[in-house]
Design a protein around this ligand. Structure first.
Ligand code: IDP
Ligand code: MG
Length: 153
């Protein structure tokens, strides 16, 4: 069974017209898009997503940031997708992220870092369930799957 991960284009990603660029990077990497939703997240849902950070000095600002304007929620599926996507995101703070990563290429901020990605299988399962019903996650085959993943390993 291949993994799934939740990737969110955060409000600054939408406001800065970078949603297409960000989705395109995951597409070109050969990850499979299995769900998507464009919506404004409530403060309640944002605080649930970030519950592990409750009590930290940046928590209240983080919840306000994520719920301030709409986001694009996406779920991607592939072997090892959680760690692949985290590498593509780059380090948490934009100014510290490597060039070539999404945050490294487009963010120079601390908290405003354009994109969220699940950090483990447990968080991915919990986070996906917060935003998607199971029937909203689509099971299908990509026509070029054999070229994307190979058959000789
Ligand atoms: P991650 O998004 O790379 O997993 P986390 O440590 O889980 O980073 O933090 C969640 C989000 O909280 C970050 O993406 C960022 O938006 C925000 N954040 C983390 N640390 C700080 C901080 O020190 N100041 C402001 N915002 C922060
Ligand atoms: Mg995190």
């Amino acid at each position: 069974m291949t993994e799934k991960t939740l990737i969110i284009v955060k409000p600054d990603g939408i406001q800065r017209h970078l949603a297409g660029e960000i989705v395109s990077r995951f597409e070109r990497k050969g990850l499979k898009l299995v769900a998507a939703k464009f919506m404004q997240v409530s403060e309640k849902l944002a605080s649930e997503l970030y519950c592990v950070h409750k009590g930290k000095p940046f928590y209240d600002g983080l919840v306000k940031y994520l719920s301030s304007t709409p986001v694009l929620l996406t779920v991607w599926q592939a072997q090892g997708v959680i760690s692949v996507a985290r590498k593509m995101l780059g380090n948490t703070f934009g100014y510290d992220a490597e060039p070539g990563t999404i945050r490294g290429d487009f963010s120079s901020s601390r908290g405003y870092n354009l994109v969220h990605g699940s950090d483990s299988t447990e968080s991915a399962e919990r986070e996906i369930k917060l935003f998607f019903k199971s029937e909203e996650i689509v099971d299908y085959e990509l026509a070029d799957e054999k070229w994307l993943y190979g058959k000789n390993d």
